[in-house]
Design a protein around this ligand. Structure first.
Ligand SMILES: [Zn+2]
Length: 187
């Protein structure tokens, strides 16, 4: 939340940063060149006090659907699948305990009580950042597995002066490399 004593945004909760874009020029038929007014600054949430969510705290909940190709041009089909996905996502959120409930006491005057359901969500931009980070992480792990497999193959049988590995040995090294990389990650 924005803080009044924030020395970055003075409590505005957002900051403007300059945009150093190339000035787009438009060439008309008469040979005239006119410069289009370019965006000179852009507003961002204050990095000091603006709302932010640690990526480690974001859970991604998916609902995936495999659709038969014959429905690819069916009018309204996508909407139907999306609605179905939304219901399944709601079920997953419920099962995962993401939704919290608070019950009020009985309002004796109105003879009612309230149950308030609450679900925290993050902005789609934060989710996009997280998906990028997951993809990068997967790339890191894959690279480590390759390095480890190469290391195992390089060192295999060198004591006996062996120069080649068999197919089954190569397959074993890849599996062993994955095991080594993932077990190191857990410790
Ligand atoms: Zn601030």
């Amino acid at each position: 939340m924005a803080q009044h004593d924030c020395d970055i945004c003075s409590g505005a909760g957002k900051i403007r940063l300059p945009v150093y874009g190339r000035v787009p020029a438009v060439y008309s038929d008469s040979g005239e060149i006119t410069a289009k007014p370019a965006e000179t600054s852009r507003t961002f949430a204050c990095p000091q006090c603006g709302p932010k969510v640690e990526h480690e705290r974001i859970a991604l909940v998916y609902a995936r659907a495999t659709c038969a190709a014959e429905f690819v041009n069916e009018p309204g089909y996508d909407e139907h699948v999306k609605r179905d996905a939304a219901h399944r996502l709601a079920d997953e959120l419920l099962k995962g305990g993401f939704i919290t409930y608070a019950r009020s006491s009985v309002d004796e005057l109105r003879r009612t009580f309230k149950i308030t359901s609450k679900l925290g969500v993050v902005s789609p931009s934060a989710v996009a950042t997280m998906e990028t980070r997951i993809a990068e992480r997967q790339g890191d792990v894959a690279a480590k597995v390759v390095d480890e497999a190469v290391r195992l193959i390089d060192t295999w049988g060198s004591y006996y002066g062996r120069e080649t590995v068999t197919k089954s040995e190569a397959a074993r090294f890849v599996r062993e490399a994955l095991r080594n990389v993932t077990s190191n990650r857990e410790t």
